[in-house]
Design a protein around this ligand. Structure first.
Ligand code: DO4
Ligand code: MG
Length: 285
C-alpha cells in the first residue's frame, strides 16, 4: 500500500493512497488529514482498510502535485552502512580515513541530522549543489519512516545530496557538506506494511541524465546494508524523544566514480523496486 501527500487546488496538503498505478484515492474526506494519524496507528494497513473507499474522490496521478511525504518528523541519516560508502569516504579524505574504517566496524553507527521536514524536497522539485563545492553527488538511500514509538511504519526514497570535497577536507565540515538548501529529497510514496526481510530484497538504482544523455547509472541491493533496520532505529531513539516520529535515511551503496560531479540542469532519478521512482532536477544554490 502506497501512501502520499499531495496538494489540492489551493496548495493545501491532502493525504492519499495509490489505488493502481495511475490514480490516487483522497483519504482526507474520511478524516485522515495527516499521515501521522495512520503512521501512529497500531496497524496502519488495518486502519486504511476500515475506511469506506468507494465514496472517496479518485484523482489521476498526473493531475496532482505530489508533496514530500513528511510532516513534523525530523529527518536523520545513517552513514557508512555499505562497504562501498566506507571505501569512497576513505579515498576522499586525507586526514580522517580511519574514522570511516572504525565506524563501519563499530557497534555504534554513524547517525547525523539531515533536514527539517519543511525543507525536504518533493518529487520534481529542484535539489541543490552548493556553489562553493567542486564535487557534488546524489546519495540514493532507502528511508525508514518511523513512528513516535520507534516502530518502522513504512519506507520511502531518500536522496542525501552531498558535497564530497567539503566532507573530505575535514570531518568537522560534515554538516556543511550534508545540510544546505535542497540537500534532502524524499518521496513520493511511503510503502506501508513491508517486513524488513522483504524490503531487503529491493534494488536501489540511480540514473543521472545530462542533456538527455545518461552520464551515470548505478545499482545496489538493500541487502548490502551492514546493519539491521531495528538496530539503526534503536540507536536513533536512544536517549531521544521523537514526538512526531522520524525519517531515517539508511546510507548509500552507490557512489559515482571520483571524476564525476553533478552539474546544474542534470536530472537525478532514484528507483527503489517496491517503492517507486523519485526524480529531481539539479540547481546551484
Ligand atoms: O560520513 C559521511 C556520510 C556517509 C553517508 O552519508 C553515507 O554513507 O550514505
Ligand atoms: Mg548518505
Amino acid at each position: 500500500m502506497k501512501l502520499c501527500r499531495f496538494a489540492d487546488g489551493q496548495g493545501q496538503p491532502r493525504i492519499g493512497c495509490l489505488t493502481d498505478d495511475s490514480s490516487i484515492r483522497d483519504l482526507t474526506p474520511a478524516g485522515i488529514d495527516r499521515m501521522e494519524v495512520l503512521l501512529e496507528a497500531e496497524d496502519c494497513l488495518t486502519r486504511i482498510s476500515q475506511i469506506s473507499h468507494a465514496t472517496l474522490p479518485q484523482i489521476p496521478v498526473q493531475e496532482v502535485k505530489l508533496l514530500a511525504p513528511v510532516e513534523r518528523q525530523e529527518i536523520w541519516a545513517a552513514g557508512v552502512t555499505y562497504l562501498r560508502s566506507k571505501k569512497a569516504r576513505m579515498e576522499e579524505s586525507e586526514f580522517s580515513a580511519t574514522a570511516y574504517d572504525r565506524v563501519y566496524e563499530a557497534e555504534r553507527p554513524e547517525l547525523f541530522f539531515k533536514s527539517m521536514p519543511e525543507k525536504a524536497v518533493a518529487m520534481g522539485e529542484p535539489i541543490g549543489i552548493r556553489r562553493d563545492a567542486r564535487w557534488s553527488v546524489p546519495e540514493p538511500e532507502l528511508a525508514l519512516v518511523i513512528n513516535s514509538r520507534g516502530k518502522i511504519a513504512g519506507y520511502t526514497i531518500g536522496n542525501d545530496m552531498s558535497s564530497r570535497d567539503i566532507e573530505g577536507e575535514n570531518l568537522l565540515y560534515l554538516p556543511q557538506a550534508k545540510i544546505y538548501r535542497g540537500s534532502c529529497a524524499l518521496g513520493p510514496w511511503i510503502e506501508l506494511g513491508v517486513p524488513e526481510t522483504a524490503a531487503r530484497e529491493w534494488k536501489i538504482r540511480v540514473e543521472i541524465r545530462r542533456a538527455d544523455q545518461v552520464v551515470f547509472s548505478g545499482e545496489t541491493s538493500v541487502d548490502q546494508i551492514k546493519r539491521g533496520f531495528e538496530e539503526l532505529v534503536e540507536f536513533l531513539y536512544r536517549s531521544q524523544i521523537f514526538s512526531h516520529g522520524a525519517v531515517l535515511l539508511t546510507g548509500t551503496g552507490v557512489v559515482p566514480p571520483d571524476h564525476f560531479t553533478l552539474k546544474e540542469r542534470d536530472s537525478v532519478q532514484i528507483e527503489i523496486t517496491g517503492i517507486g521512482v523519485l526524480r529531481n532536477p539539479v540547481i546551484t544554490v
